[in-house]
Design a binder for this molecule. Structure first.
Ligand code: FES
Length: 211
């Protein structure tokens, strides 16, 4: 039988580097893939003087390609500045792995997006933002597209879980189409808060349920 993966991919899949969680990370993010519903979390420690990523770890809930790409991009990002790490592309990661089956491109995109989102989270928490545009419903909605609905494996916007978004003076109010005692209610609320709270002009995020 011929494996679709080359030896290097299999090696990174079997013994992935930098797997796990960092305690008190300076930046972290969980990203979901709109293509398959899988998720990846990335944690970074950053030297505030040099802006160098001193430590990085990831957890993947995705497939072998995602684990292998997570392993290689965390290797690539360690020791780089935030600016350098932001420029790592999924094509470079795939190349460093010696190639992935084309159908698996979205899996490496997911790993790279996880890294970029963790950097973005760090920058937002530290007020390093290029352009301070006021938060709009559209911006909130775009962020919510990265929050997965565990019931379906698709994001909460696509699955119509968001009933209402209101923005009022730095306060973001969201209504979710789930009862508050639903088994996933608390985790969805946490994920939404994490994604929205770091927007520079948001002071408070309130997530309500329909009942
Ligand atoms: Fe989902 Fe690869 S199929 S990350």
């Amino acid at each position: 039988m011929k494996f679709p993966y080359n030896e290097k991919v299999l090696e990174h899949f079997r013994r992935p580097h930098n797997v796990g969680k960092l305690e008190n990370p300076d930046g972290k993010a969980t990203e979901g893939s709109p293509a398959c519903g899988d998720m990846v979390s990335v944690y970074i420690k950053v030297n505030p003087q040099s802006n160098i990523i001193e430590d990085i770890k990831f957890e993947s809930y995705g497939c072998a390609s995602n684990i292998a790409t997570g392993s290689i991009i965390t290797d690539m990002a360690k020791g780089k500045t935030l600016e350098e790490a932001k420029k790592i592309t999924w094509q470079q990661a795939t190349e460093a792995l010696g190639g992935l089956p084309p159908i698996k491109a979205h899996c490496s995109v997911l790993a790279v997006e996880g890294l970029r989102a963790a950097i973005q989270n760090y920058e937002e928490k530290h007020g390093i933002i290029a352009e301070k545009v006021p938060t709009t419903i559209e911006i909130v909605n775009n962020r919510l597209k990265k929050v997965m609905n565990p019931l379906t494996g698709l994001d909460v916007v696509r699955t119509n879980l968001i009933k209402k978004i209101e923005i009022d003076n730095g306060k973001v109010l969201l209504t979710i189409d789930l009862p508050s005692n639903h088994q996933f209610a608390a985790s969805i609320r946490e994920e939404i808060k994490e994604k929205i709270e770091t927007l520079w002009d948001v002071k408070e995020v309130i997530v309500d349920f329909i009942e």
